[in-house]
Ligand binder design. Structure first.
Ligand SMILES: NC(=O)c1ccc[n+]([C@@H]2O[C@H](COP(=O)([O-])OP(=O)(O)OC[C@H]3O[C@@H](n4cnc5c(N)ncnc54)[C@H](O)[C@@H]3O)[C@@H](O)[C@H]2O)c1
Length: 336
């Protein structure tokens, strides 16, 4: 198999690259390096099976050229910053929805037949059913969730027209090696700056499910290896959940800190669009034989240790725009 992976230099994407290489596949990493890192790809590059193309998914001619001869596309490139939607109301639409449209158009041109798409539990907004099943009819609470749901819908429609098989995964928050954004990242970074006090967004009672990257990768491939349906939508999460307060306690403990004062910003949500409770019904993915092996607590401890040993990552996350000059130029050429 020859696969192309958009966002292959990112946290999750680079682990998919590793797994594809382990399976002997030829892999094209297509990434604009807005949040990804070449260092994540070093082990895979040693195999000689990986080609890196620095490009933006919004650049359709370049993306199509890179996709020549590819059968399966893993589409991960996105604005993965779920909190940024209020400050920049275009980014989710452009990166996640228009970006997915570009990927589908390129696939249509080169006749690629399978897409694996990384969606999110955020598409459920604030559900009233727990654990939340895939067929729950949600109301949207964030532009990130809305843009992912729109991308999912487009993938299904392209699948109908152009016979593209699709695997759409709705993830809870992933943790683990190469982790580069999210609550553990924020806590470790804040605590290194001030080991005496930790600001926690919300009241700390938000309950969330987290999945270690080793389990996540096993879940993705368990589904892709066994499910033959034309269109699959699968929750991918842990059966456990944990409060943000408990997570903060584990992080501080793992950092060897005691007597840290927790300061809560208040309210049941960390930010607008945040869901106070995330727990997905994973019976569909579990029917493939998959079940998580790493407990949430162990996953948080391993993630904290990883970040402490790789402090460059804590400084590397860009805080501003995700849209590169190349991406902007592509959008500017088209009628809005
Ligand atoms: N990390 C999670 O907990 C989580 C949860 C739910 C869904 N997801 C989804 O999984 C995917 C991967 O997330 P991640 O945590 O690895 O994020 P990440 O930011 O580490 O990876 C995203 C990658 O895409 C690249 N990229 C971004 N915009 C691009 C563009 N326009 N063109 C080309 N490359 C581009 C970045 O450089 C980066 O390498 C995303 O689609 C995200 O929305 C992640």
């Amino acid at each position: 198999m020859k696969a192309l992976i958009t966002g292959g230099a990112g946290f999750i994407g680079s682990h998919i690259v590793d797994e594809l290489v382990r399976r002997g596949c030829r892999v094209i990493v297509y990434d604009n390096f807005s949040t990804g890192h070449r260092l994540h790809l070093e082990p895979a590059l040693r195999s000689g099976l990986v080609t890196v193309v620095e490009g933006d998914i919004l650049d359709l001619p370049e993306l199509t050229a890179a996709m020549e001869g590819v059968s399966t596309v893993f589409h991960l490139a996105a604005n993965a910053d779920v909190r940024g939607g209020m400050a920049d109301t275009r980014s989710d639409l452009e990166q996640n929805t228009v970006g997915t449209h570009r990927v589908l158009e390129a696939m249509r041109s080169v006749r690629a037949d399978t897409i694996v798409f990384t969606s999110s539990a955020t598409v459920y907004g604030e559900p009233s059913v727990f654990p939340t099943p895939e067929d729950y009819a949600p109301l949207q609470t964030s532009l990130y969730g809305a843009s992912k749901l729109a991308a999912e819908a487009m993938i299904q429609a392209y699948g109908e027209y152009f016979e593209i098989r699709s695997y759409t995964f709705r993830f809870v928050s992933w943790i683990g090696e190469r982790y580069s954004h999210g609550v553990v990242f924020d806590f470790v970074k804040k605590l290194l700056g001030n080991p005496e006090e930790l600001e926690i967004l919300g009241d700390g009672n938000q309950r969330k499910s987290y999945l270690h990257v080793a389990d996540g990768i096993r879940g993705i491939f368990a589904a892709v290896d066994t499910i033959q349906d034309r269109k699959s939508v699968l929750n991918l999460g842990h059966v456990e959940f944990m409060t943000v307060k408990d997570l903060a306690r584990i992080v501080t403990e793992e950092m060897g800190l005691s007597n840290v004062a927790f300061r809560y910003t208040g309210g049941v949500r960390g930010w607008l669009g945040d869901s106070p409770f995330v727990l997905l019904d994973t019976s569909r993915i579990q029917a493939t034989g998959f079940s998580p092996q790493v407990s949430i607590e162990e996953g948080i401890r391993r993630t904290t240790r990883y970040l402490l040993a790789n402090r460059w990552l804590l400084e590397a996350r860009p805080t501003g725009k995700h849209l590169t000059r190349q991406g902007k130029a592509c959008l500017a050429r088209e009628p809005q």
